[in-house]
Design a protein around this ligand. Sequence first.
Ligand code: ATP
Ligand code: MG
Length: 659
Amino acid sequence: MSTSIESVLVENRVFPPNDDFVRNATVAGMDAYKALYKEAEDDFEGFWKRQANEHLRWIKPFTQVLDDSAAPFYKWFADGELNVSYNCLDKHVVEGRGDQTAIIFEGDDGAVTPVTFKQLLARVSRFANGLKQAGYKKGDTAIIYLPMSIEAVVAMQACARLGIIHSVVFGGFSAKSLHERIVDVGASLVITSDGQYRGGKALPLKPAVDDALAQENTEKVRSVIVYRRTGGDISWTEGRDIWWSDFEDGQSDVCEPVAMNSEDPLFILYTSGSTGKPKGVQHSSAGYLLWAQLTVKWTFDQKPGDVFWCTADVGWITGHTYVTYGPLAAGLTQVVFEGVPTYPNAGRFWEMIGRHKVTTFYTAPTAIRSLIKASEADAKVHPDSFDLSSLRIIGSVGEPINPEAWVWYYKNVGKERCPIVDTWWQTETGGQMITPLPGATPLKPGSCTLPLPGIFASIVDETGEDVPNGKGGFLVVKKPWPAMIRNVWGDNERYKNSYFPSEFRGYYLAGDGAQRDADGYFWIMGRIDDVLNVSGHRLGTMEVESALVSHELVAEAAVVGRPDATTGEAVVAFVVLKRERPHGDEAKEIAKQLRDWVAKEIGPIAKPKDIRFGDNLPKTRSGKIMRRLLRVVAKGEEVTQDVSTLENPAILDQLTESV
Ligand code: ATP
Ligand code: MG
């Protein structure tokens, strides 16, 4: 990693928040943001102490804020005790919000089930009492393999209530991925369902659990609790399997929350696998919850009466922090959705926003790009055909959002009224890190803007030295923060080597390339592993992709480098058009148009040498483009890497053909 990453992305549009919004905001105006930031800078531990005392309910107060004696194995609020589920549920009942709706669940079929905080607490307590009776206790590990449902939230919260460390595995993963995670976390419990509904179809889940448990090193699993969702025949192992309804039958609605040490692990969650084999990220109890709650308050400017909707599955970190923990801790009413954005048609998200009067909508660029494509093909599913007047704030997470998609989202969904919070963060960071505050930060399409108060993000070179604004480099966080990863589960060395390599002076290395502009705004340029080196210029993937996506024919694009005799590396672009995939002379003609377009938008150096068209791109099941596989395909080699988290393996064949 020698020279720095360069940027040729020019994006000058600025969208300040309107005065009305600023007046009523939680963090009102840039001065308020700067004051908070400065408070953290001037008195780092004092700042976090204040936040932890104001936002969390403690069983035993902490006396020490940060213990860095074994850095990078940091401890936060280490001698304090609390219970996460108490902070998400009991707190609201005790403080008089028990009858407020906590969750509005909408099934794939459109059936709506609301649950209040009081009811949710009773359900969590019954399930937790069942777990207690079955002998599960603090420190045990459980795999949760459930569809998006109230039950998924209940299962996670019940584990948190007893100190059982959960690891949620996304319902789309195979028996093999499930098996790897069961073994890696040493699970003694699996919580699953017979099946799930997606896009009008009933898909089985339990058979993958049976397959996984038939494989070696799974003898520790004593119980499999099965929630009945789809009905129908499933195979059954007597003595091990038990229906959810039988499991909680007769249990009391009251369950004393277990006092947990701040640093006791709350969960383990595997990363998406965009850049390599997934890592088992271990999170803490107090620090994690504090940041989940605080970021909901700041980034989403929570207000009484808000209806929050994060579309992420609980199988991802976004679904942990912004479905199961943050919104509940913050006392919000939220929508939980079982289905997919395209069923019964691609207007589903917009229709649901109208139905539930959603005020805060948080989704991923991959969903936005696919809904742009769908709504340009069919006006009936265009956001204009729905009532989106309840929206106040819209957000994006998971990948860089291309400026073109940002502007579409801003105009068509936010109606030029709702700020977009483009939130940069990772499984490892626990919560949002670099993001606009909706009532403060002037927005620039494609930039995640500025770090949150208490987060000391920076861009450095390969020696850990700060680079000047306008120069690309490695995105790092210089000081620890409460919600940071505590370890790669059971692998101290991988934790240190991945996130705190010695050249970086003890800073947290995020693995993304980025730069800051003259205003100090952060622009994520892509993964460090994906950086292109063309004729000695190091280019981020993000800008070439954004240039392609800004062409009227293009829905999505992924760009990688391939070794090249003359330029060192050549740009290879994989492109999905808004229309069907072109062939023959037509493909050649469009490829030429796109090449000329990139040359005009960025410059000749970024011009793709090779353009390939596909119906889709290889993505993780969380919807992120897997460029590491495209690099192999671009070279014409066989893919031998870990593809366990790849959503659509068949697409790789299509992309081997050059135009
Ligand atoms: P793995 O670590 O296994 O390769 P992953 O990095 O995709 O998987 P996640 O933790 O889900 O797993 O994703 C975090 C990454 O997503 C970030 O490092 C960044 O590359 C990208 N990302 C998330 N949000 C944004 C955003 N708002 N803007 C730009 N990039 C983002
Ligand atoms: Mg990552």
